[in-house]
Design a protein around this ligand. Structure first.
Ligand code: AMP
Ligand code: ZN
Length: 113
């Protein structure tokens, strides 16, 4: 899939609506349309990167920023007792949207991993 028909690139561009949680120059966070928990949002880079497996040294700072945002945004969304993060990578990892995203969810019972 190219960036042109990437659904998350369209969300970044404002061509598809989303329920925004956070935005800065490099990063966007928005609620998942099919939540698996009472609170479920995703943090994505604004620039198209297909998956974690496509990241390089050049993405080091961006990945750090995204991960550090997770606890802050989780707290702001009311997940004060904790949350789960998930990054599905590739078909074998259950990835459906090939634009890197970190799931953050919680606020209810979670299955043990
Ligand atoms: P993954 O399996 O990690 O690739 O998950 C993709 C996630 O994107 C799923 O949890 C979907 O519910 C979510 N999703 C797909 N389209 C949208 C959309 N337009 N707005 C918000 N979330 C979406
Ligand atoms: Zn994209």
């Amino acid at each position: 899939m190219t960036a042109q028909d990437c659904i998350f690139c369209k969300i970044v561009a404002g061509e598809i609506p989303s329920r925004k949680v956070y935005e800065d120059e490099e990063v966007l966070a928005f609620h998942d349309i099919r939540p698996v928990a009472p609170v479920h949002f995703m943090i994505i880079p604004k620039a198209h990167v297909a998956s974690l497996a496509d990241c390089t040294e050049a993405h080091r700072d961006l990945l750090g920023r995204i991960l550090l945002l997770a606890p802050r945004l989780a707290r702001e969304q009311g997940l004060t007792s904790g949350f789960r993060t998930m990054i599905n990578t590739g078909r074998g990892g259950g990835q459906e949207v090939f634009h890197l995203h970190v799931h953050v969810f919680g606020g209810g019972p979670l299955r043990p991993m």
